[in-house]
Design a protein around this ligand. Structure first.
Ligand SMILES: Cc1cc2nc3c(=O)[nH]c(=O)nc-3n(C[C@H](O)[C@H](O)[C@H](O)COP(=O)(O)O)c2cc1C
Length: 160
């Protein structure tokens, strides 16, 4: 992919999430900004997963995923969950195990616990369509990612 194309895409500001799975008695997690809401009724969401990610089998075969929307205070977690061994990614992380068996990140802005509905092959990624089974949110300001930089949302707001 050309640098110019990536730069153009990076002008679309997004939130930042950590998606987790529980597969064969192990926790899996990765930073993800392709999360999006699809349908309100039923509650459907999606994100796209790089096909050669080491965690692909866990996310595709474990029946569901949990999305934690990171807060403006959690930039370090966004970096921690974007590379390295899985055990290291979760080391020292405040996380809570849900009834689904998956972990949600503590003090996140919001979270969505989802059953995997469909996997749609799409070029070098898979689209993972999920149905939201449980969710929660807090007033914590979300973390924003744009032009390859992290920033808390309030830095975007003009003071008035
Ligand atoms: C801000 C940010 C957003 C990301 N979004 C995605 C994404 O939506 N889908 C994806 O497959 N990888 C995404 N990544 C990259 C993954 O986090 C990274 O490739 C993955 O954790 C590597 O783990 P692996 O060992 O499973 O390959 C993103 C990384 C960052 C820093």
């Amino acid at each position: 992919m050309s640098r110019s194309y990536r730069d153009a895409l990076s002008c679309f500001a997004t939130g930042v999430t950590v998606v987790t799975a529980r597969h064969e008695a192990s926790d899996w997690g990765m930073t993800c900004n392709s999360f999006s809401s699809v349908s309100l009724e039923p509650r459907l969401v999606l994100w796209s997963l790089r096909q050669n990610a080491s965690s692909r089998a866990a996310f595709v075969n474990s029946g569901g995923y949990t999305v934690s929307i990171l807060s403006g205070q959690q930039e370090a977690l966004a970096r921690q969950f974007s590379s390295g061994e899985m055990a290291q990614r979760f080391a020292g992380v405040d996380a809570e195990r849900l009834d689904s068996g998956r972990l949600k990140i503590g003090a996140s802005s919001a979270w969505f616990d989802c059953s995997l509905v469909r996997v749609i092959a799409a070029g070098d990624h898979d689209i993972l369509l999920g149905e939201v089974k449980n969710f929660g949110w807090t007033p914590a300001e979300p973390l924003i990612f744009a032009q390859s930089q992290f920033l808390p949302v309030r830095q975007l707001a003009a003071p008035s």
